[in-house]
Design a protein around this ligand. Structure first.
Ligand code: MG
Length: 353
């Protein structure tokens, strides 16, 4: 089996619901896609959502996807996946989203060829976790209205974006807990918008508010400040912008100021690297969450296959495809009572529309 061509294209997709987080407003995304076509007529799918937190521009992502798909993968046997992924890593150090798209497309091909879902190729460990759905920074009344709508759609875990105004953030969280009682799980993400004092103050309220965890309260590089928070804070702190790839995971692992790693394929470069981070987390007795950007079902499915293959997986935050107003592919997983379930199909289980 040989890859005979790598077809790439980009699509600008409007969001059904534009949202605001600390420091920016998002109303559309440009996603990049690859189809690896083999001599035996299998098609492996991959998708990239480049993100400014890794410094990968849309243009650089498109170029790397097209060049590396052609130069490194065309003519190769996808069953040589570990060697191919090693070559991708070597040649694509600054375009992790493009690398993730090629990495997942290779897994899609190999698992299709083997006739099993990707999760079984990796070693299935679990299934059926609930995903959170994200609510952006909104006034209290709009936060409550959006939470009602999310709960009405079956979601049982809300991820609330914070980071503009601490007093307002507390008011929103108190109102949410009052409205929904203990049935709803609430996690929060400050996207680097807090000071150390605010992070500590929110931690002090976490039990009363019933917060699962506090994601990235301080700026990405403020790891020393995170380490200077009281020791009891660490288990509830989740690293997102501070954790891109395996080297960050390793650097953070010793006396980690974060009890949770938020792994995103677009930050780390794909399934292979995501699972390497999850392994490090497991050895360091840390938990993992699998998160995402605004993404196609192709890459959300890839993250879910990886998530369900790791013993360190504790949380899912894989809501990135629900807010796209359209997608180029379908399948991969289904949402049942707020939980994500993989389809029992070979490969990633996704098909182009
Ligand atoms: Mg985050």
């Amino acid at each position: 089996m040989k890859i005979v061509r790598a077809e790439t294209f980009a699509q600008e997709l409007p969001l059904a619901r534009p949202y605001e987080i600390a420091f920016k407003r998002v109303d559309r995304v440009t996603l990049h896609f690859v189809q690896l076509v083999t001599s035996s007529r299998l098609v492996g799918l991959g998708a990239a959502a480049p993100t400014d937190i890794t410094g990968e521009s849309s243009e650089a992502c498109a170029q790397a996807l097209s060049d590396m798909g052609h130069d490194l993968l065309t003519g190769k046997d996808p069953r040589h996946l570990p060697a191919l992924v090693r070559a991708l890593r070597h040649h694509m150090p600054r375009t992790p989203a493009a690398r993730a798209a090629l990495d997942m497309a290779l897994y899609d091909l190999v698992a299709q060829r083997a006739g099993v879902p990707v999760v079984d190729l990796l070693g299935r460990r679990r299934s059926g976790l609930a995903t959170s759905i994200t609510i952006g920074i909104l006034p209290v009344d709009e936060t409550l209205a959006e939470a009602d709508e999310c709960v009405g759609r079956g979601f049982r875990v809300l991820k609330i974006k914070l980071g503009h105004d601490f007093a307002q953030d507390l008011a929103r969280l108190r109102a949410l807990r009052r409205q929904h009682g203990p049935q709803i799980r609430i996690r929060v993400d400050a996207n680097q918008g807090y000071t150390s004092a605010e992070a500590q103050a929110l931690h002090a309220q976490a039990e009363a508010l019933g917060l699962e965890f506090i994601e990235q309260p301080l700026p990405a590089g403020a790891v020393d400040q995170m380490r200077s928070l009281p020791d009891e804070c660490a288990p509830l702190m989740a690293a997102d912008e501070s954790l891109h790839d395996e080297s960050d995971a390793l650097a953070l692992a010793h006396a980690s100021p974060f009890g949770i790693y938020n792994i995103k394929l677009m930050k780390c470069g794909g399934i292979t690297s995501g699972l390497a981070i999850a392994d490090m987390a497991a050895w360091a007795n840390l938990h993992c969450m699998w998160g995402c950007m605004d993404e196609s079902v192709i890459s959300i499915a890839a993250a879910l296959h990886a998530a369900y293959a790791s013993p360190a997986t504790r949380y899912l935050d894989l809501d990135g495809s629900f807010d796209l107003s359209r997608d180029v592919a379908t399948g991969g997983f289904c949402l049942r009572d707020g939980r994500l379930e993989l389809l029992n199909k070979p490969g990633l289980g996704v098909t182009m529309i």
